[in-house]
Design a protein around this ligand. Sequence first.
Ligand code: SF4
Length: 80
Amino acid sequence: MAKLKTRVDQDTCTACELCYDRIPEVYKDRGDGIADVVKCDIKDEEDNCWMIVPEGLEDEVREVEEECPSGSIIVEELEE
Ligand code: SF4
């Protein structure tokens, strides 16, 4: 399976708690209910923090991407 990276769009996150309840290894409450990734592995040119999805959590991350009510979980394949 291709390696994945993920980030949260904090402008649209509605603090529903789903992602960090489900995958605390990847997502966390940044302090006010809005989600963030637990680790900033890659910073892009817009200053967004991406986390490389740990091996074995890819399917769960894809599920949460589908289930996030505001579509704020962003998942992309990691470029080698
Ligand atoms: S599932 Fe979506 S809306 Fe809910 S806390 Fe996570 S990013 Fe925010």
